[in-house]
Design a protein around this ligand. Structure first.
Ligand SMILES: NCCCNCCCCCC(=O)CS
Ligand SMILES: [Zn+2]
Length: 650
């Protein structure tokens, strides 16, 4: 698996700028690029990336998507005076030319293609290109919405041509509908285009009927165009996560792309004058983390919009930090999606039901009870929202938003990552022993006996498990002390080890421990106090327990393509887990036949977005063999906040 993150930035792309007064275009300023880059430097993220230079996109590459006429018009503007530039610009909706626009637009195309080459050649695993002018509104024969050439569309056509790709996913999380990209690929089943966008029932720019959820693609492309319209402003982290869990991710896993390209606009973030949304910068870390689990991590993130400089910069940093493999910071705020968001999600799922297996048998009512379920979880352990969590009411008050972000981002740690996973050398771990894995010394027998007799005698009936408990205690201790981020241990009985681990974690001070138990859990601890939340993926219904709070059992039936696994993990486990906002996750894998390695690896990978990637995995020996590479998944990430975390109000 390739490693490293490319960063592509060329300050020449700051020369394109508005020469006359135009209240519509005056937000697309050069400082968008330079301040984002400065913010990356201030968080020491530039030096951790692989620098890849931009280049000019060739005319041939631009003609992969645009007409010769469009190219010629753009080229002709280089020598125009201001009055001529103004006149040409008026031919388009919300676009302005500058003498350097053509040059900058070719650099934006070239930077994007350089990133595709770096990822497809394996030089890096993923990367980000900071470009302007943006691209997703531009069309075959027209500039539009600040965009001249459609960087991302050209990249997709280029990747198909040069690398023979047959399945490319484009995720457009910009707050505007990338109608340009939609028009270019709407008949093309090899490019799955997903866009969410402020819509307000067609009131919001570009106010197109074809931006609604029922535009599913044309001809062979039906099902490969997904529009998720936001019909209200103020959408937040929970709405964005719900859109990923209940629409994009199950579809993306079924599509199984060979490459993922993001039209990464940050005008969907809090404080942006265009978006008027409430999602905070760390949500982009989660969205990026999820997309990194596709296409073997081959992910190209291309800047589109984003007009509040502070919000833009923080969100760019969150994206790059996650691309680099850092753990994902806790998401703030409440976790139930709002009614309007659930409505839009239901509509787009219903519109796409005929085209996707995972939606074929799904009953859409489940989403209703899920949002109530996550509501119940929220009330059960709602964290008192601190004063600066209060929603920003009018986003145009830049000072207020700056102040909010100052306070808010201070709590989001920017640690320099010592990547560490602890193990006591369970057999099979030699597969992935590397400098990232710390072999820890076993706890000595007398100490284990003292601990067990002191606190766990009711659980531990015989001595044969004592030794395995010892390794578990020592690893949990290191996770608690922040010496490692996550750890793995084997056990002769996962059920017993999980029960002891949960009680031990709560005793040591973890306030909210999420336990995902795969297999028959046998002994289920008391979860009444809300300090543990258990999701048991089991083959048969657990009698009697299903009604108690904070315990969910998920029935597992063998499924050939594993689709129901994706929709169960994505549609149920993640939403419930995110609602709970744990500060430690325990994954226990008991003897189970039908949840294979891909299932457990994906589960481990996706759940890393929680508890700042603090995961303790305990695997029952007989199932170890096929779960070793899920350890690799654990191993990929893992780092630690440098300063003490105070459990009570995390
Ligand atoms: N009453 C008319 C208002 C028109 N507003 C146009 C805004 C274009 C935004 C384009 C953009 O952000 C690209 S990401
Ligand atoms: Zn936008």
């Amino acid at each position: 698996m390739a490693s490293g993150t490319a960063l592509i930035y060329d300050e020449e792309m700051t020369t394109h700028k508005l020469l006359w007064s135009d209240p519509i275009c005056d937000i697309e300023v050069p400082e968008r690029l330079s301040s984002s880059y400065e913010q990356l430097r201030s968080y020491h993220l530039v030096e951790r990336c692989v620098h890849v230079p931009a280049r000019e996109g060739s005319e041939e590459e631009i003609l992969l998507v645009h007409s010769l006429e469009h190219l010629e018009v753009a080229k002709s503007t280089q020598t125009m005076n201001e009055e001529e530039l103004k006149r040409v610009s008026e031919n388009y909706d919300a676009f302005f030319f500058h003498p350097s626009t053509y040059r900058c637009a070719r650099l934006a195309v070239g930077a994007t293609l350089q990133l595709v080459d770096a990822v497809m050649s394996g030089k890096v695993r993923n990367g980000m290109a900071l470009v302007r002018p943006p691209g997703h509104h531009s069309q075959r024969n027209a500039a539009n919405g600040f965009c001249l050439f459609n960087n991302v569309a050209i990249a997709a056509e280029y990747a198909k041509l040069k690398y023979g790709l047959q399945r490319i996913l484009i995720v457009d999380w910009d707050v505007h509908h990338g109608q340009g990209t939609q028009y270019i690929f709407e008949e093309d089943p090899s490019v799955l285009y997903f866009s969410w966008h402020r819509y307000e029932h067609q009131e919001f720019w570009p106010s197109l009927k074809e931006s609604d959820y029922d535009a599913v693609g044309l001809g062979k492309g039906k099902g490969f165009n997904i529009n998720l319209p936001w019909n209200k402003v103020g959408m937040g982290n929970s709405d964005y996560l719900a859109a990923f869990f209940h629409v994009l991710l199950p579809t993306a896993f079924e599509f199984d792309p060979e490459l993922v390209i993001v039209s990464s606009g940050y005008d969907s973030g809090i404080g942006d004058p265009e978006g008027q949304m409430n999602a905070t910068p760390e949500v982009f870390a989660h969205l990026t983390h999820f997309l990194m689990q596709l296409a073997n991590g081959k992910l190209c993130v291309i800047l589109e919009g984003g007009y509040h400089l502070k919000s833009l910069g923080e969100s760019v940093c969150m994206t790059v930090k996650t691309l680099l493999g850092d753990p994902v910071p806790q998401v703030s705020g409440e976790m139930a999606p709002c009614l309007s968001a659930v409505e839009s999600i239901q509509n787009v799922r219903a519109a796409h039901k005929p085209y996707w297996k995972w939606l074929a048998y799904e009953d859409t009512s489940f989403l209703q009870n899920l949002s109530t379920k996550s509501h119940f979880l929220k009330t059960a352990n709602s964290n008192p929202s601190t004063e600066h969590e209060s929603k920003i009411t009018n986003n145009n008050d830049t000072v207020k938003v700056d102040r909010f972000l100052e306070l808010h981002m201070k709590n989001i740690l920017f640690p320099v990552p010592p990547i560490k996973t602890a193990t006591t050398g369970c057999e099979g771990s030699e597969h992935f022993l590397s400098e990232h894995v710390q072999l820890v010394k076993e706890m000595d027998k007398t100490e284990v006996e003292a601990l067990v007799s002191g606190f766990y005698a009711d659980l531990v009936k015989d001595n044969k498990t004592l030794l395995s408990l010892g390794s578990m205690f020592v690893i949990l201790d290191k996770i608690l002390k922040k010496e490692v981020c996550n750890g793995i241990a084997t056990s002769p009985t996962a059920a017993l080890s999980a029960a002891v681990a949960l009680r031990h974690s709560v005793r040591l001070g973890f306030q909210r421990v999420l336990c995902v138990f795969v297999g028959d859990m046998q002994m289920i601890p008391n979860t009444e106090d809300g300090k543990m939340l258990i999701i048991n993926i089991c083959e048969k219904e657990q009698s009697g327990k299903t009604s108690c709070k904070h315990y969910f059992s998920l029935n597992w039936k063998e499924d050939a393509e594993g689709n129901d696994f994706f929709s169960a993990v994505l549609g149920f486990i993640l939403p419930v887990a995110y609602s709970y906002q744990p500060n430690l996750t325990v994954i226990a894998v008991g003897p189970n036949r039908n949840l294979g390695i891909s299932g457990i690896s994906l589960l481990v990978a996706l759940i890393q977005g929680l508890a700042e990637s603090r995961i303790f995995a305990v695997i029952e020996c007989c199932t170890l063999s096929h779960t070793t590479s899920s350890l690799q998944i654990i191993n990929q990430k893992g780092t630690y906040p440098s300063s003490e975390l105070d459990w009570d109000n995390t």
